[in-house]
Design a protein around this ligand. Structure first.
Ligand SMILES: Cc1cc2nc3c(=O)[nH]c(=O)nc-3n(C[C@H](O)[C@H](O)[C@H](O)COP(=O)(O)OP(=O)(O)OC[C@H]3O[C@@H](n4cnc5c(N)ncnc54)[C@H](O)[C@@H]3O)c2cc1C
Length: 451
């Protein structure tokens, strides 16, 4: 290098010098000595030193985000785990990208039905009739995986696979099972479940006002059903009605084109907006005897179906909570305030750990619940306790998660607002907190406090 060039580059260097920083450095080290040492170093040693110092400034690597803190998935066998991961992939690839748009539009994405059918998970626990005959434990994990991305899709699926198919599986004759279950398993026929009425919700066990009356070889149904998920487009709806002659509750497979059946969409929901809920009106609706569920003789038979699906709702709550927790952890690792990621703040970590503790307790509880179910030992009160506990804690978790998103927490694009809203519906359906609490209270005290 020529003397002129050396001079020019030295002037350039001097112009760039930050005298304040040099001053601070001089307080810590003897600058003369340091310059002497560094300038006498071999070039390769100098390069090593620079590399070492840059290495120290490496970007912080965040641990993998996984709400299964106790590795509960290990209770599944390898084949079941593969199914869980296939459902996870489906939800991430096919549902996550479209879900907020459909939620806002208040519409159901019908194109997902054949895709869901391909997963071969519908009617998962039933034996025969084209159903996979797998464990309740796996079914729970799958409900969780779905709700972890979207509670509406999980609800749609729960109505089809649990409430509608379950009513036929538990209360139908052999002929009815042969006719309906295989096509429903392949999701070629979509079902709904009509129990709740405009004036009778919590009190359905003794208070159904929808009536049925046998006239010759037919039944005549009259009354209304409210909140019936999938019923705006379902091919069949299971309708529960009280027999005007013997006073017992009976179940019917009502096909959408039966005369006297009308389903009107319930508009203006602030939760589970993708689920299409209907107000059904039955006006002298004619149902052939062949469509009466032959083994549904009283509300006790309806309750058998609800016991099974209530456990599913507890798992769904776990999924909703897990989705919210994982989204919040991801966000707090990305979002910076005061020059630091907000997940590095003590109070943020406190909220995250509170969420994880509740989530882990919920997951442990529902795993045991499903084991009891698989052993054929699940009681109504055990299912109710899990439903109450998990939906209550889910409400807390989604609210903490939303808090951690700050203002962004109310924007649909961050998913969390959807989880917050959807948790409200899960909290109320399939028995409110009060009703499930009363079921458990009656069991542990031996005294009914219902009225
Ligand atoms: C999104 C959504 C989807 C649904 N899907 C379906 C479906 O597919 N099929 C179907 O049949 N139903 C469905 N439901 C209905 C659901 O199961 C009912 O909403 C639920 O059972 C509560 O009934 P309710 O809304 O009439 O409330 P109510 O029974 O009127 O209760 C109102 C309040 O009073 C309290 N309460 C009532 N009785 C007592 C008591 N004895 N002691 C203390 N407190 C009491 C309740 O806990 C609640 O807090 C759905 C509901 C929603 C919101």
């Amino acid at each position: 290098m020529s003397i002129f060039k050396k001079f020019k580059s030295t002037i350039g260097l001097v112009q760039k010098l930050d005298l304040e920083k040099i001053g601070k450095l001089a307080e810590k080290v003897d600058l003369n000595k340091m310059i002497g040492l560094v300038s006498s170093m071999k070039q390769e040693d100098l390069q090593k030193l620079v590399k070492f110092m840059e290495g120290g400034k490496k970007k912080h690597e965040f641990p993998e985000i996984d709400g299964d803190f106790y590795d509960l998935h290990q209770v599944l066998n390898p084949e079941e785990r593969a199914i869980q991961l296939a459902v996870r992939e489906f939800m991430q690839k096919e549902i996550k990208p479209i879900v907020n748009n459909y939620w806002l539009k208040d519409e159901f994405p019908h194109q997902i039905i054949p895709q869901l059918a391909k997963l071969n998970i519908c009617g998962l626990t039933y034996e025969g009739y084209g159903c996979p005959g797998r464990s309740s434990l796996l079914e729970g994990f799958l409900a969780m995986e779905m709700a972890r991305v979207d509670c509406s899709v999980s609800t749609f699926f729960g109505v089809q696979s649990g409430l509608a198919m379950g009513s036929i599986y538990h209360c139908g004759s052999e002929e009815q099972k042969q006719k309906w279950l295989p096509v429903m398993q392949r999701m070629e026929i979509i079902g709904a479940f009509g129990l709740t009425e405009p004036e009778v919700g919590s009190g359905v066990a003794g208070g159904l006002t929808c009536t049925c009356k046998q006239v010759g070889g037919k039944w005549i149904l009259n009354g209304q059903k409210k909140w019936i998920g999938n019923a705006t487009f379902s091919d069949i709806t299971i309708i529960w009605a009280r027999d005007l002659d013997d006073g017992n509750v009976k179940g019917f497979i009502v096909e959408k084109d039966f005369p006297g059946f009308a389903a009107e969409k319930i508009k203006g929901k602030m939760a589970l907006r993708i689920v299409q809920n209907a107000l059904i009106t039955l006006t002298n609706c004619e149902v052939p005897e062949g469509n009466r569920l032959q083994r549904a003789n009283s509300f006790k038979d309806t309750a058998k179906v609800l016991r099974m699906t209530r456990a599913g709702v507890a798992w769904q709550a776990v999924g909703c909570a897990r989705g919210a927790y994982e989204s919040a952890l991801r966000y707090t690792n990305e979002r910076k305030q005061f020059g630091r990621t907000i997940s590095s703040f003590q109070m943020v970590q406190d909220l995250l750990v509170t969420m994880l503790s509740n989530l882990t307790a919920m997951q442990t509880m529902v795993c045991r619940l499903s084991q009891l179910q698989d052993d054929g030992k699940l009681t109504d009160e055990q299912a109710s306790l899990a439903k109450v506990f998990c939906t209550l804690r889910t409400r807390d978790i989604v609210s903490h998660a939303r808090e951690l998103f700050g203002g962004n927490g109310i924007l649909i694009e961050h998913d969390i607002a959807r989880f917050v809203a959807d948790a409200e519906a899960i909290y109320s359906y399939e028995g409110t907190k009060e009703i499930n609490t009363l079921i458990v209270g009656r069991s542990i005290t031996g005294q009914s406090a219902f009225i």
